[in-house]
Design a binder for this molecule. Structure first.
Ligand code: FDA
Length: 501
């Protein structure tokens, strides 16, 4: 088959990939983006592009016969998950032995399915995790650049205090305050102006219509509406969808050669393709980039990769849990899917936790306060690649560190409010803390270890990593703003030093 070549290729189309594509395109470099998922721009039979969490169909999950939502059950009934037909749906859940990882699939990667929380990490913790990065420059230049491009906005506090859609958040705030804990608003890339129109009945409901993990039809500034739209606007960027890059090798003339498999909507491989480029940017996410590099080392085509490729992985300490409220403390049947507040106990050096107040939008009063706790779990794991594909040596004992930290915080909250945990949410009454899945896979190609200080892969030239695999396992807040800002920093450097003629 003919080899298609471009000066630059970007693998994936999530945060790191989209930044690379835009900045390459603006620099006048013709760039090809290869994404394994589909482009989400065509309405299904119901007139909508995405399905909601209440009625998931084939669009929900990546080649499944049944959905695998984070909350397995409700009141011990398996009412949450539904049978679906296999299709390249927008949310994937990748299973390893003791950890499963939620990731987005499609043009825009995780931005299509995530909760929109756009949080800049604490500067001191960023410095702790990235000792070789100039933090003044990050906080002065790259974080502001990332937030502006992503369209970060904040909820109007007066509307927040009055709307029924955030009563669940105000109840959880009260319980945190009763415990003597601090809460803080969390910025978002969901357009709060749009959300207020949803509440007023003048715009089609999306965040207020139970849409989130299977995509939002309106309101959300996902990457296809920000970075990727601008990238295409340069005229230099092309996106190929439904193509998974399976291997990387280097030709005699120093150019990169990629093999890719194009699949159809049934998942069948319909074509094997070959690409070549001068500059190669990996943005497949923590799992995608780690898999691609380890697979290429295993097959002998990238033998000089550093031994630390695959290492330094962590789930950002993620733990979900629910509390049961008193009958008089109603959380409301109407809940926005976009979280806007966190309980910030990160400064508690004995047990640093940042816990987001999460919605559970069922359309019925359920008295549940739900949380996604991000804990400062120091445990790390390593990916490897073998005959069974990608594996991860994360253990149950390592997860127990996350849930142990979450428990310490929420035992305090329960005790101050005379409340208890909910036992019916995660599949079995003995599972109060869901610590065996993560939304925030981080690491596998850590900055300054597997790469130089700017994401250039050690052992090779003109090979870059721009995604969440650069972050060493934990960043203390939701990660996409950090991933975006680090990618901006890499691109600024690379376009000055590496691509100049
Ligand atoms: P990302 O995962 O976004 O993109 C990788 C892309 O590459 C995908 O589209 C994938 O299909 C593609 N790909 C992978 N391998 C490939 C290959 N070999 N060939 C071709 N394509 C390939 N974060 C946050 O900050 N705030 C939040 O509110 C949330 N909430 C949240 C909810 C849910 C349900 C999820 C799943 C995740 C979040 N996150 C989040 C996490 C956030 O979405 C995540 O950290 C980023 O999307 C990661 O960005 P990356 O650039 O690393 O890759």
């Amino acid at each position: 088959a003919a080899v298609e070549s471009a000066p630059a290729i970007v693998v994936g189309s999530g945060y790191g990939a989209s930044v690379a594509a835009l900045r390459l395109g603006q620099a006048g470099i013709r760039t090809l983006v290869l994404e394994m998922g589909r482009l989400w721009n065509t309405a299904g039979p119901d007139g909508k592009v995405f399905c909601n969490t209440a009625n998931p169909d084939q669009r929900s999950m990546w080649f499944r016969t049944r959905t695998e939502a984070p909350l397995a059950t409700f009141l011990w009934l398996d009412v949450v998950n539904k049978d679906v037909s296999p299709y390249p749906g927008v949310l994937d859940r990748v299973h390893f032995d003791h950890m499963s990882v939620f990731v987005g699939r499609g043009v825009g990667g995780g931005s299509l399915v995530n909760g929109s929380m756009a949080v800049t990490p604490l500067q001191s913790y960023f410095a702790e995790q990235f000792p070789t990065v100039d933090t003044a420059e990050m906080y002065g230049t790259y974080f502001p650049r990332a937030r502006a491009m992503l369209g970060v906005n904040t909820i109007d506090p007066a509307w927040f205090e009055s709307t029924e859609w955030y009563k669940f958040t105000r109840v959880s705030r009260k319980h945190a305050q009763n415990t003597g804990l601090k809460t803080t608003f969390v910025p978002s890339v969901y357009d709060f102006g749009y959300m207020q129109r949803e509440a007023a009945g003048t715009a089609t409901k999306s965040a207020l219509g139970q849409e989130v993990i299977y995509g939002n039809n309106f309101g959300k500034k996902s990457l296809d509406k920000t970075y990727l739209a601008s990238a295409l606007g340069t005229g230099n960027v092309t996106i190929h969808t439904m193509e998974k890059v399976t291997g990387i090798s280097r030709a005699g003339d120093g150019s990169w050669v990629l093999s890719a498999e194009r699949i159809d909507y049934s998942g069948a491989v319909v074509e094997t393709k070959q690409y070549s480029c001068t500059y190669l940017f990996l943005g497949g996410g923590s799992l995608g980039t780690s898999e691609l590099l380890l697979r290429s080392r295993q097959s002998g085509t990238l033998p000089a990769l550093d031994a630390s490729v695959g290492a330094g992985w962590g789930p950002n300490g993620n733990t979900m849990l629910g509390r049961a409220n008193h009958l008089w403390d109603t959380v409301g049947a109407n809940q926005s899917t976009m979280p806007v507040m966190g309980i910030d106990d990160w400064a508690n050096t004995d047990n640093p936790v940042f816990a987001e107040i999460a919605p559970l939008p069922t359309g019925l009063e359920h008295w549940v306060s739900l949380y996604l706790a991000i804990t400062k779990n120091p445990q790390r794991a390593r990916f490897s690649y073998g005959s069974g594909g990608l594996s991860l040596d994360w253990s149950g004992a390592q997860s127990a560190v996350s849930s142990g930290m979450a428990k310490k915080l929420f035992d305090r909250i329960n005790s101050a409010n005379s409340t208890i945990y909910r036992y019916d949410l995660f599949g079995s009454p003995s599972r109060v803390f869901a610590d065996d899945f993560t939304y925030h896979p981080l690491g596998g190609c850590v900055l300054g270890k597997a790469t130089d200080n700017y994401g250039r892969v050690k052992g090779y030239s003109r090979l870059y990593v721009t995604d969440g695999s650069l972050i060493p396992g934990n960043i203390g807040v939701n990660p996409f703003v950090t991933i975006t800002a680090l990618a901006e920093r890499t691109m600024a450097r690379v376009l000055v030093e590496d691509t100049a003629p």
